[in-house]
Design a protein around this ligand. Structure first.
Ligand SMILES: [Zn+2]
Length: 256
């Protein structure tokens, strides 16, 4: 049955497949699935942004949000930063995990554990990388995939009433969304965005490179789904680091 869903996803040219794992399918759901998949296809950008905002609100409710020194540092690091088409909303979760993400609604969430191990430049680069996924529409595709998976299971209202999802359905979609894995091509493009983001705001041009090096080093000693997502599907990490280092070398050389 899983094959059929993969086929549906392929038909819709969706990129994220990992979110489709671990689901029990039965034949009664398949008729619904086809219809609901069509509904997912017609989901608008505004509905996707609404889903992102609702998922983040649920995450916020489940995490401890810092109002002290971490929040102040994040605010300082991002002061003066604007991204076209997005209203940035940065917050810190108090959690000793290596994690950060930006969402399609402009939310940026950074874990205190990540802030503990990164300097300001590296933190800026990682946030730039995450914003890159939003600007490059990776998060939009991921949310669409997450919604499609829920639609295929028949748990999303066939009328596609995105605005009235129950908390459990939303939790389901949110989990799939936050767990979605990006392709190597998407990661490289986000790295490039992170590098350009640093340069545009006159940060260390090597910050993206340094943060990747640090994350890679941490991935050998710390359990983190973020690090797994960032690196496990990309065996060629050396090439990835080298690419951002080359960008920085080139920039520094041309700036001389
Ligand atoms: Zn990424």
């Amino acid at each position: 049955m899983k094959k059929i869903v993969f086929l549906l996803a392929a038909m819709l040219s969706l990129t994220s497949c990992s979110i489709l794992g671990g689901i029990n399918w039965d034949s009664a759901q398949l008729g619904q699935a086809a219809g609901a998949a069509m509904t997912a296809m017609s989901i608008t950008d505004a509905q996707i942004v609404s889903l992102c905002a609702q998922s983040i609100a649920q995450e916020d409710a489940q995490n401890r949000i810092d109002n002290g020194s971490y929040a102040a540092r994040l605010k300082r690091v991002l002061s003066g930063v604007t991204v076209k088409g997005l209203v940035l909303d940065p917050k810190v979760y108090i959690k000793n995990d290596i994690n950060a993400f930006a969402s399609g609604d402009g939310s940026i969430r950074v874990y205190s554990g990540l802030m503990d191990v990164m300097d300001d430049n590296e933190l800026f680069a990682i946030i730039g990388h995450e914003i890159g996924h939003v600007v490059n529409q990776d998060t939009k595709r991921a949310m669409k995939s997450a919604y499609l998976a829920a639609a295929a299971r028949g748990v999303v209202n066939a009328a596609g009433a995105v605005g009235v999802l129950s908390q459990s359905v939303l939790g389901d979609i949110g989990q799939a969304y936050f767990n979605s894995q990006y392709s190597q091509k998407q990661e490289l493009a986000a790295d490039k965005f992170g590098f350009e983001f640093c340069v545009a705001y006159k940060k260390d041009p090597y910050a993206m490179y340094n943060s990747l090096q640090k994350l890679q080093k941490l991935s050998s000693s710390r359990q983190s789904s973020y690090l797994e997502k960032m690196f496990s599907s990309h065996p060629d990490n050396e090439t990835r680091s080298k690419k951002v280092k080359d960008m920085a070398d080139k920039y520094v050389k041309s700036a001389k």
